[in-house]
Write a new protein. Sequence first.
Length: 452
Amino acid sequence: MTEDYFEFTKKLFAPEDIARKKEALSGLRVLDLSHMIFGPTTAKVLGQFGADVIKVEVPYQGDYWRGGTYWGKYWKHSNPLWHFINPGKYFVGIDVKKPKGKDLILRLAEKADVVIENFTSGTVEAWGIGYSQVSRINPKVVYASLSTYGQFGPYRYFPGWDLLAQGASGVLAATGHPGTDKYFKVPDFFGDFFPGYFAAMLILIALNYRERTGEGQYIDGCQAEILMRSLFHFTYADAMGKDLERTGNADPNCSPSGIFKTRDGKFLALGIATDKQFQALCKAMNRDDLARDERYQKAARRLQADSAEALGKAVESWIKEKDADEIVALGRRHRFAAAEVLDDVQIANDPWRRERGSVIDYNDDMYRKLVIEGPIAMLSQTPGRTKWLTRPLGYHNRYVFKKILGLSEAEIKALEKERVVGNWDYRVGQRPPIYHDIAKDKIFNYEGGEDH
């Protein structure tokens, strides 16, 4: 290769080239019947890689997460977290509890490749828009029901969400420090986001099968079971005959390891995995005595409880006398693993993330600039992207009903009069920003012809 490898990869994944590249899921239509975080995250991932995602909400009410912002803080009459969870989707307001509303949803489902829902098990089936009903009119559909406890089994009727899933999965039991009786919820909605990404992968597996066989299928995505896949504690317990126990901030495969406070009041994560790394750390610490000590020269001895505790105290004493940047620089120079624990502000302005495009300043037609995530991973030929931020409740009604279902303006107005379809009331989280002239918005007032 004539050019440096890292220059090669930088060009291959250059964020500025994303817009001109193809989308892997272009032409795929996803009907997003889900709400809150778990299901919408699954749909968002598919949308970031090119799928057309149509999100259905109840008119004049919307997804509860529209108004569920942290500490009652809103941005331009919207929930900032809503923009993180639901960018790039088409938003329609349809009342499924009205017969004509159910019919509209079924007509959209008939034209969809994927349908996603995450209500309590059996709910959408009772509404008449579940897998058994949709698969009759669309046998090739990949239908994903995402719930906390699954579509069958003794807990199938129990309601749930992130915190309950963390508890039922075993994740909560693994948090906290050994010898204490306190557990910690993994913030903020790990139990929703992680299963959401996992469920998107399951849908792609099913789509690959459909591509080869022409057959659709039903996916039962259980939130608590997906989270359980991030742990191996139960396998360890069966093999060893005892609990793995909690490890606090230490990595049980590294010694020394932990999270330590620095002289300048910051926090640093450090983990020493190999004998070579340990020797490098000792050199940085000017602690030849530790490097020569037979108790610490081999990883297996360092992982013994008394050794790990002693080394942890030695590292803690060393780090508290130095600034975070100094430790990170020593780690880079001597080649041991150390990283500052970053907060939200640091992440938003992190030059590493900015260069790679994992954090971007997105300029939206309606909401203007907002710092958001870039694609979840870098693909050289079909990179992910954000097409727009979220939109007000029912914003795409006319676009979707006319372009996809072929309804006329008179038919839409009749459905609006019966409150089968609709958009927002004036509650914050549902409406457009006050400066946006909705009367001149071509998509909201879509007449047909032009695309988004």
